[in-house]
Design a protein around this ligand. Structure first.
Ligand code: PLP
Length: 397
């Protein structure tokens, strides 16, 4: 199943000058082992059958492609929402966790480890582990455990063990270090489940392939709904970049489709309180991968900020760095305020409360111009239930 194009990873996991596997020597066997089998497993009939069946009956796919009429009228074009918010557990993350757990099972692993920041990936991991009867350990910064109590409770109810990372700033990057340490100590029985298109090769490619179902469905659905078999635009938000990578995947080689990625600029790109990695970042190594990241002059990773926890990440997946470098995708950013406005607008025009992350993609509508015949697909990566406390506080409901 090596249908690689110039925007996908080569055999060393490089996307142009980005990607690769910059890992401590002690992790080599684990990574080599995964690299040797992941493509064959994903390509096998047994995996595909089980994966497709779970996506259909457990996740609830295909997710609808919905023509948002009132929103379209406002922007004088045709806006379609790819409804990942309707998936089980409320976001696209479940496509990846279900897929990786199946890969883990095919490899004979019995124990899953994951790291989580705000808890969304932890919950999606714990969900898939409960489904498959696998042991799940989620590493989470001590500070995040306090901030994200409802997600911690969900993980525990699902049977996962939540372990606190107590070093450094006690947030996501410290949880990542703890998870890597665990993996080094337990190479035989443990599978490390990464939640976005980040980390050492083969993770970015593996996660993109598991999320590629999003663009596979868009392609089919847009040809049923319009007189063309491609959309003119595909717009998605980027934290690490998995919902965007999945939304772009089957269109990478089709230059008629304009790809737009939207980062979170927090209080503003130049405010110091931001997560706009492409706008500000330079090249470096984060989480085992060479990519753009936000760092200080002496190379320390900068603490990112965004109102949306899922976009609050100081790096970006290596494929996106390459899509930016080659101009294949356009990168925009939206502030907290712009995302909040876009969330309220969608809610009141369409009766859909979006996740704050997805609202950044919606905010791109005000930064672009479309013609009245364009088909514009926006991936609605998740639903807003988890963000109600923020909406209540910011809108005063
Ligand atoms: C985690 C999350 C994101 C950001 O992750 P990506 O890997 O960039 O897709 C976006 N939207 C929602 C709803 C999320 O939960």
């Amino acid at each position: 199943m090596s249908t690689r194009n110039k925007y996908q990873a080569d055999e060393n996991g490089m996307y142009g000058q980005f990607g690769g596997a910059y890992i401590p020597e002690m992790l080599y066997p684990n990574i080599e082992n995964l690299k040797a089998v992941y493509e064959d497993i994903i390509g096998s009939a047994a995996f595909q059958q089980e994966y497709k069946s779970l996506l259909k009956d457990y996740v609830g796919r295909p997710s609808p492609l919905y023509l948002a009429k009132r929103l379209s009228e406002k922007y004088q074009t045709n806006i379609y929402l790819k409804r990942e918010d309707l998936n089980h557990t409320g976001a696209h993350k479940i496509n990846n966790t279900v897929g990786q757990i199946l890969i883990a099972k095919h490899m004979g692993k019995e124990r899953i480890i994951a790291e989580t920041g705000a808890g969304q990936h932890g919950v999606a991991s714990a969900t898939a582990c409960a489904l498959m009867g696998l042991k799940c350990v989620v590493y989470m910064g001590e500070v995040d455990i306090k901030r994200q109590a409802p997600n911690v409770a969900r993980m525990k109810m699902l049977g996962a063990e939540v372990k606190a990372a107590t070093s450094g700033s006690r947030t996501l990057k410290d949880a990542t270090n703890e998870a890597l340490r665990d993996w080094i100590c337990n190479p035989e029985d443990t599978f490390y489940l990464i939640g976005s298109v980040v980390g050492p090769h083969p993770y970015p490619d593996m996660v993109a392939r598991l999320q590629a179902v999003i663009s596979e469905e868009i392609k089919q659905q847009i040809s049923e709904k319009t007189n063309k078999d491609y959309p003119d635009y595909v717009i998605a938000c980027v934290g690490g970049g998995s919902n965007a990578a999945g939304s772009f995947y089957h269109f990478l080689d089709d230059e008629r489709v304009k790809l737009v990625a939207v980062e979170a600029s927090g209080m503003g790109v130049d405010s110091g309180e931001t997560a706009a990695t492409i706008a500000l970042g330079d090249m470096g190594i984060i989480h085992g991968s060479k990519t753009y990241l936000m760092q200080s002059d002496d190379g320390q990773i900068t603490e990112p900020y965004s109102i949306s926890a899922g976009l609050d990440y100081p790096g970006i997946g290596p494929q996106h760095a390459h899509l930016f470098d080659t101009n294949r995708a356009q990168f925009l950013s939206a502030t907290d305020k712009e995302a909040l406005d876009a969330a309220l607008q969608l809610t009141q025009l369409e009766g859909i409360i979006p996740a704050l992350e997805s609202s950044h993609a919606l905010a791109a509508l005000d930064k672009m111009t479309f013609s009245e015949n364009d088909s514009v697909v926006i991936t609605l990566s998740g639903r807003g239930d988890k963000d109600m406390a923020t909406y209540m506080e910011r809108f005063g409901f």
